[in-house]
Design a protein around this ligand. Structure first.
Ligand SMILES: [Zn+2]
Length: 246
């Protein structure tokens, strides 16, 4: 169910049943000539959409733009290096207004540069500042009271920023991790699985010389992409369902 397609009574019903909200976040940047420029966002969005088909959740507004540092190319090749401070203010406001609707479990499923990337840091800063605002509104020293007396005992877990495989169970610490890279085998096969019509492998031939990160792109296989998307989706469904019980 998409947030903006809901009527007020559906919204209030979802809030009363503590249904989680899921926002896909990624960036628009060059991923080689064979992949769409929205690859990162499209991967996050594909996982969110499949999760929504499998368990009850609300799909919040998309966050497809973020800081890329123009690492891979310039704007003429599709790079949108969104200003971090502007992004932070936008997402802080978006998350704040969704929280004000009454939603108690808000997740951002983010795909680009991982935990230390600027987009993730901006999102986490926005989330934690909203937690701070909530706490300080209860008066200084609220942490000395019994946690169960807080107006919202789950306040520190109210807005969570996580990645596509954050809740997936790897069979062992030595097990193969989901291959990501940038435009190489990992992301190419995820897009082959999610949006095959956007991929044009022959376009790689137009490059006189491939950057290091594109060298394994030919090893991408759609069935491997589907396997990894399934791995990610299962973890998210488990998280959203588990939290629902708690
Ligand atoms: Zn990427």
């Amino acid at each position: 169910m998409y947030l903006i397609r809901m009527r007020p009574e559906q919204l209030q019903d979802a809030v009363s049943r503590n249904v989680p909200v899921l926002l896909p976040a990624g960036v628009v940047e060059y991923h080689g000539p064979h992949l769409p420029i929205g690859t990162d966002f499209l991967i996050a969005n594909a996982v969110c959409e499949e999760v929504e088909r499998r368990c009850e959740c609300v799909l919040g507004p998309s966050l497809p733009l973020g800081p890329t540092m123009s690492w891979a190319a310039g704007p003429e090749d599709g790079e949108i290096d969104f200003e971090p401070e502007a992004f932070y203010h936008y997402v802080r406001e978006a998350l704040k207004r969704i929280a004000m609707m009454g939603f108690g479990r808000i997740y951002v499923l983010q795909h680009h540069q991982g935990d230390e990337g600027l987009q993730c840091l901006c999102l986490r800063r926005a989330a934690m500042e909203l937690v701070r605002d909530t706490g300080t509104a209860w008066g200084p020293g609220y942490g000395r009271k019994d946690e169960h007396d807080w107006p919202n005992p789950a306040m520190f877990r109210r807005i969570i920023v996580a990645h596509i495989d954050s809740y997936s169970q790897y069979p062992s610490p030595e097990a193969e991790r989901i291959p990501i890279g940038h435009g190489g085998r990992g992301e190419t096969q995820l897009i082959m699985a999610a949006l095959p019509e956007t991929v044009r492998m022959a376009a790689l031939e137009t490059l006189a010389e491939r950057p290091r990160w594109l060298r394994d792109a030919d090893d991408a296989r759609a069935d491997e992409g589907r396997r990894w998307i399934e791995f990610c989706v299962r973890g998210w469904v488990e998280e959203l369902t588990r939290a629902d019980e708690g």
